[in-house]
Design a binder for this molecule. Structure first.
Ligand code: AMP
Length: 295
């Protein structure tokens, strides 16, 4: 962590938030906001490169936020992969531990989040390349023992040359989610049943999310757009059919009672959901080299 020295920082208003950053970071412009904080693009005048500066929003407001911020920072520092966002710098403008309040992460700057790209008519090569890169990033996280559990388009960023990076490391183990809990505004459409229903999970929960993202790229519609966890579970079983008894037996009792009391659904066949015509056609190979997609 860079130590604060008076005169090294300046403050600038970004929307409702004040960014107090090292003077080397100039021309701050808001580019996004997430559950954790606000993100600006900026020019790093020392390295001469554009960067993304993320101010973590009150990281010490409670234990969950603090643990999440700590986890994020530790993982960002040790993960090194071309499909995971790279941390360039991290600093606080406060001068002592007693005053320590704000945390700023400086990362490489990308052009757009996958939310802005997912509805575009991507050709076969670009769609495959984007999905391939998500899988490479996820495989790397899995090999490091990290299960993301909350992979979604807003946590994935792309550049106009079609390169892609995963922005975060998902749900911290402490952020336990309860099926019956009142939902607050976060996107949960891409979360696997194990996560929705609070079950034991393994690496394949992330492949569920990749599948949901791929489905949305193809159909331009969210696959399981639940208003809350219960509504989302209904959407899942309407499409995939009532789960097996083996699955039911792995549920907590209260959840099992709820899930087993739902009507029986046969599910929809894959061919019906994703007919061949819905997939982008193969494009000539050399197009990839000559044309960038616009974000
Ligand atoms: P986060 O708080 O990490 O969820 O980020 C919120 C939003 O800010 C993302 O959905 C992106 O649109 C944008 N963003 C975050 N980091 C970057 C980055 N390194 N490059 C470009 N955009 C970013």
């Amino acid at each position: 962590l860079s130590k604060a020295v008076t005169g090294q920082f300046y403050s600038v208003q970004v929307g409702d938030s004040t960014f107090t950053v090292l003077k080397r970071y100039q021309q701050l412009r808001a580019i996004g906001s997430g559950a954790q904080g606000i993100v600006c693009s900026a020019m790093d005048t020392v390295l001469g490169i554009p960067v993304a500066v993320k101010k973590l929003c009150r990281p010490f407001q409670n234990q969950t936020h603090a643990k999440r911020a700590y986890r994020e920072l530790v993982l960002l520092k040790c993960v090194n992969h071309k499909n995971i966002i790279r941390l360039i710098n991290v600093f606080t403008p406060q001068k002592s531990l007693e005053e320590f309040q704000d945390l700023y992460l400086v990362m490489e700057l990308m052009d757009a989040s996958l939310c802005q790209v997912i509805h575009m008519d991507l050709d076969h090569e670009r769609m495959s390349y984007l999905l391939y890169q998500i899988l490479c990033g996820i495989r790397h996280l899995h090999s490091a023992g990290i299960i993301h559990r909350d992979l979604k388009p807003s946590n994935i960023v792309v550049k106009s040359d079609c390169t892609l990076k995963i922005l975060d490391f998902g749900l911290a183990r402490t952020a336990c989610t309860n099926f019956m809990m009142t939902p607050y505004v976060v996107t949960r459409y891409y979360r696997a049943p194990e996560v929705i229903l609070g079950m034991k999970y393994k690496e394949n929960v992330d492949l569920w999310s990749v599948g949901c993202i791929m489905a949305e790229m193809i159909s331009h519609k969210i696959l399981f757009p639940g208003k809350d966890y219960i509504d989302q579970w209904n959407k899942v079983i309407e499409v995939l059919g009532t789960p097996s008894l083996e699955f039911m037996n792995r549920l907590m009792e209260t959840v099992r009672n709820y899930v087993m009391n739902k009507p029986q659904y046969p599910g929809v066949s894959f061919a019906e959901l994703f007919p061949d015509w819905a997939f982008p056609s193969d494009s000539e190979h050399d197009k990839l080299k000559s044309k960038n997609f616009e974000c």
